[in-house]
Design a protein around this ligand. Structure first.
Ligand SMILES: Nc1ncnc2c1ncn2[C@@H]1O[C@H](COP(=O)(O)OP(=O)(O)OP(=O)(O)O)[C@@H](O)[C@H]1O
Length: 356
């Protein structure tokens, strides 16, 4: 288990700033995910920690030791990448044994350790096969075993499941999560897949243009996004412009194009322009006689079935498109109507200062 500390890490390519003065502490035994769109700096950061890219400025400490100028092999970490990089002419056993042979381990210890990790990744019966005789998911498990075999305290994973289909990804996500809790190793994981980040991580760093947009638990990022970017990157959002008007009883009132919007009180002063965010899954189609703090009428212009849920696109009478999502088994009886009334509770209105 390792603690990683990054202090003021920047990386410039000519005039282009790929990473902008980044500070970060990865706690011992933590599963921390770097999430962000393509080009946001995730791989650059991981490669700087690995020692494969030199930062333009800043320092990296692993377990208190300044490793900024140390080569990769002296940093005491393991790496798993998207292209498994297995040696094609070697058996599964020999691929996994390789890091131990490089470290000149004893033959007997090699046999014990390799068998142990192959058992952990459920590949003991495949030890004699060559990589081309394995599926993509099995090959990736060999790559993970090869990393685990020398028991690094810190494992860096860059889109390790990127090449796999959805079912296999989910299966291996589960296995990686199990390995993490069983071995107590610190894992730094790169993905651009928000669902994967939410499913695996203790904390997520959301990256945007070489900077940390938000750092927090999956729950924090999903339920308390601090910026419109965060709200739109994790999950879906309806984003509406509004101005804080004042209070009515327990609610704060905002005025937007769709009319008055009710939220829980915030510290944003009356008269301030704000951005209102409402998650599609928090908006419901209302049955006759049913009421919520926020209600709007409109025309149902599109319905999309997405398997476990149905998405409705409603055009309000003031020409705003609102998306709502309901579990597939929760479709109201009047599902055929074009004219609909939709609503959400005040506690589901998220209010952000404008321009964040
Ligand atoms: N050697 C290089 N020279 C110039 N620019 C580079 C170099 N390597 C990376 N960049 C730029 O730095 C930025 C960050 O790249 P990086 O690979 O870290 O992004 P990423 O978030 O991992 O993206 P992806 O999800 O597509 O892998 C990108 O805009 C990229 O074009």
């Amino acid at each position: 288990m390792a603690i990683v500390k990054l202090e003021g890490i920047s990386k410039k390519y000519g005039d282009f700033i790929a990473l902008d003065h980044l500070d970060l502490t990865v706690e011992k035994g933590e599963f921390l995910t770097l999430l962000g769109p393509s080009g946001s700096g995730k791989t650059t950061l991981l490669n700087i920690i690995a020692g494969m890219i030199q930062p333009s400025s800043g320092a990296i400490r692993i377990d208190g030791r300044d490793v900024t100028n140390l080569p990769t092999r002296q940093r005491g970490l393991g790496m798993v990448f998207q292209n498994y990089a297995l040696m094609p002419h070697m058996s599964v056993f020999e691929n996994v044994a390789f890091p131990l042979r490089v470290r000149r381990a004893r033959e007997e210890d090699i046999r014990t350790s390799v068998s142990e990790v192959l058992k952990i990744v459920n590949l003991l019966d495949f030890a004699r096969r060559k990589p081309h005789e394995l599926s993509g998911g099995q090959q990736q498990r060999v790559a993970i075993a090869r990393c685990l075999v020398y028991k690094p305290g810190l494992i860096l994973m860059d889109e390790p499941l990127g090449a796999l289909d959805k079912n296999l990804r989910e299966q291996l996500q589960f296995e990686i999560k199990r390995l993490h809790s069983e071995l107590g190793v610190t894992i730094l994981y790169v993905t651009h897949d928000q669902e994967e980040a939410l499913a695996l991580s203790d904390r997520i760093i959301l990256m945007n243009n070489g900077r940390v947009e938000q750092l927090g638990t999956p729950h924090d990022l999903y339920f308390h996004p601090q910026t419109v970017f965060a709200a739109q990157f994790l999950g879906e959002s309806n984003v509406l412009a509004a101005t804080v008007a004042g209070h009515d009883g327990e609610d704060q009132i905002l005025n937007g194009k769709i009319g008055a919007i009710r939220s829980r009180p915030t510290s944003i002063a009356a008269g301030t322009e704000a951005t209102v965010i409402v998650r599609p899954e928090n908006i419901r189609r209302l049955r006759p006689g049913e009421h919520l703090s926020n209600e709007i009428s409109g025309d149902l212009i599109e319905t999309t079935f997405v398997g476990d849920a149905t998405k409705y696109y409603v055009k309000t009478d003031n020409d705003t498109i609102i998306i709502l999502k309901q579990l597939a088994n929760a479709i109201p009886e009047d599902a055929g109507d074009k004219r609909v009334r939709i609503g959400w509770a005040a506690e589901h209105t998220l209010v952000l200062q404008k321009n964040v």
